[in-house]
Design a protein around this ligand. Sequence first.
Ligand code: PLP
Length: 374
Amino acid sequence: MKRLIYADNAATTKLDTDAFEAMKPYLLDEYGNASQPYTFSRAPKRALQEAREMIASCINANPNEIYFTSGGTESDNWAIKASAIAHGKHCSIIASQIEHHAILHACHAVEQMGYSVAYLPVESHGIVQPASLSSIINRETKLVSVMYANNEIGTIEPIRELCSIAHEHGALFHTDAVQAVGHVHVDVKALAIDMLSASAHKFNGPKGIGFLYIKAGTPICPYADGGAQEFGMRAGTENVAAIVAMAIALQKNCSRIDEVTTHLLSLENNLLDALQDAGLDFIRNGSSNHIPGNISLSFKGAQGEMLLHRLDLMGISVSTGSACDSKITQVTHVVEAIQVPNEYRYGTIRISLGYENTVEEIRYIAESIAKILR
Ligand code: PLP
């Protein structure tokens, strides 16, 4: 059987086995609706509260500041749309040019509704410069949203500085931390963040579940109207099994961040050395301060999409930063924003490693890329 190597952990991760085991009782036996007052619902209700406490402690929040959602996309949409609505038509928003589409498309939607949105550029490593925020923020700005870490290139943004500039101008600060939570230490209080989005399937939890951290007292509208779940802010019967699994996965990932980081940084060095030894001409995109294991590479004269398919035939799963649309090859908005030089930009791929990847796999990935490109 062909050996398959998964190297697309920024797209999704494997469900942790403890998280999976923790789900079972709430699917099979303790399936009561957590909102009901009777004895049968006591266990799921307690599990929900414990999960909220566990998740809150992983990011240094209070439990009543954690709102369960269906994942990163919903959390991002909530933060952007409900902040706009809460502040009225004279509200303007600032986001970065390299946000995930969950933020960018939510921003386009509020623009359609009449709100104004400004998009911050980034420098060549994908960093949003605090000075560029200072130069455009004004009294109308009610929300600044800059991602904690970029999904395509892994760059970690200067959140503390950006957040304090937003606050100096009376604006709220939201961060899409979908790629960061569970991978680097995140402390919402130390950074003074007002809202933060996270998604379980990026940190070995199940798909379709996530949360939005909303600092107590933040002016924001509910996301879904209906029942009184999630403190009346996000109606809908809670997916207790998935929430419990998310909490277990997050706690486990947070407890081993340093150990996993060491492993991933060593794999990164192995890969880069092997590609260099093979004589390939490439650029590594992103900043030195990045999400461990997120490696965006642009190979001179190559086609990212061709590379993806050839690697797939060799049993390796990675992502690309460009796609062929009929006759023209288009690069992603992130590759565009960081201005990867023309000879390299179309040959962009993202290899995103997880704690289960091994040195042998890295060697095989490097050999396979070299075989295709030489
Ligand atoms: N934000 C970022 C930075 C992401 O990488 C992703 C997923 O790729 C999302 C948001 C969307 O998260 P979800 O898949 O949970 O909707």
